[in-house]
Write a protein that binds this ligand. Sequence first.
Ligand SMILES: NC(=O)c1ccc[n+]([C@@H]2O[C@H](COP(=O)([O-])OP(=O)(O)OC[C@H]3O[C@@H](n4cnc5c(N)ncnc54)[C@H](OP(=O)(O)O)[C@@H]3O)[C@@H](O)[C@H]2O)c1
Length: 103
Amino acid sequence: MSVTVKIGVIGAGVLGSALARLLAARGYPVVAVSSRRLERAETLAVAVGAEAHRLPHEVAVRADLTLLTLPDDQIGPVAAEVARDPSYEVVFKTPHYFFRKVA
Ligand SMILES: NC(=O)c1ccc[n+]([C@@H]2O[C@H](COP(=O)([O-])OP(=O)(O)OC[C@H]3O[C@@H](n4cnc5c(N)ncnc54)[C@H](OP(=O)(O)O)[C@@H]3O)[C@@H](O)[C@H]2O)c1
């Protein structure tokens, strides 16, 4: 049985853009990306076939797995903002946070 996991990327900078492009090129559905400056998200969104958003939770609600590719000092606050929604849990952390939709 194959499972399709919809991927979201919060942070459309160097790392987020590279990951989103690599995943999309390998057939993983990158469904939403965000950046506070919407034009950055839009550029990446066009490249990977995703929706562009400005707010982090707008990505999280559309994805099954959300990657936070943010400057180090923004990861904690943004993770806390997204995690206020009880339907998400942090499932993995390198120096970073990943969310999986649980409900
Ligand atoms: N670059 C590398 O080679 C590299 C390698 C390994 C690990 N990393 C790690 O990857 C992470 C990201 O680095 P990066 O180089 O990709 O940074 P970056 O190019 O500066 O990109 C950061 C992205 O996050 C967005 N952002 C910043 N604050 C935000 C907030 N509060 N809410 C929502 N979006 C926000 C920025 O756009 P806006 O300002 O428009 O929101 C931008 O799209 C860091 O933890 C870094 O240590 C980077």
